[in-house]
Design a protein around this ligand. Structure first.
Ligand code: S3P
Length: 168
């Protein structure tokens, strides 16, 4: 615990894509909290959401985040967009290592975020949803972040290079 690189930010900010590149370049394991939830539950995020509701999903998400942060090996962790909603998660993140917020405008994120089995919240009005999420969460991302990286129109490779420079 304490030496991870953790990527936070809204859906579509590139946490998974960029995180994989950072992990490969640093020679570290890569962990994605949504993938951990799905592997542990044997179901997709959408299935959990529909069958048990958001609070149940958030509990699994918190457990997956904790397991990733408490794992022995320093890793690169892509933390799902909603982890910052929970005060316990925020506390955990503050002691987890270098937390990087990939920040972008809702309009840009909506063009990048693919809808799918782990994103039931984007089923209707993705731009409006992301705009509301940005407003509700920006202070929370700021609270946990050691570094803020604007995504703008930059490629995953460029973003990964900047992150490595920041955390190295
Ligand atoms: C969510 C983000 C998603 C996924 C779920 C809810 C959110 O993860 O956990 O659909 O509340 O922001 P990604 O940020 O990895 O897409």
């Amino acid at each position: 615990m304490g030496e991870h690189v953790v990527l936070v930010g809204l859906m579509g900010s590139g946490k998974t894509t960029v995180g994989r590149i950072v992990a490969r370049r640093l020679g570290r394991p890569f962990v994605d909290s949504d993938a951990q939830v799905e592997a542990g539950a044997g179901r997709t995020v959408r299935e959990i959401w529909v069958a048990e509701g958001e609070p149940a999903f958030r509990r699994l998400e918190a457990a997956a985040l904790r397991a990733a942060v408490e794992a022995g090996e320093a890793s690169v962790i892509a933390a799902a967009g909603g982890v910052v909603l929970d005060p316990g998660n925020r506390k955990l993140l503050r002691g987890a290592g270098a937390v990087v917020w990939l920040r972008g405008d809702a309009e840009l994120l909506a063009t990048r975020a693919e809808r799918g089995e782990h994103r039931p919240l984007l089923d209707t009005d993705p731009v409006g949803t992301l705009r509301a999420m940005a407003a509700a969460r920006q202070d929370l991302y700021r609270e946990v972040a050691d570094h803020v990286v604007p995504i703008d129109a930059r490629s995953p490779d460029e973003l990964a290079a900047e992150i490595i420079e920041l955390v190295w």
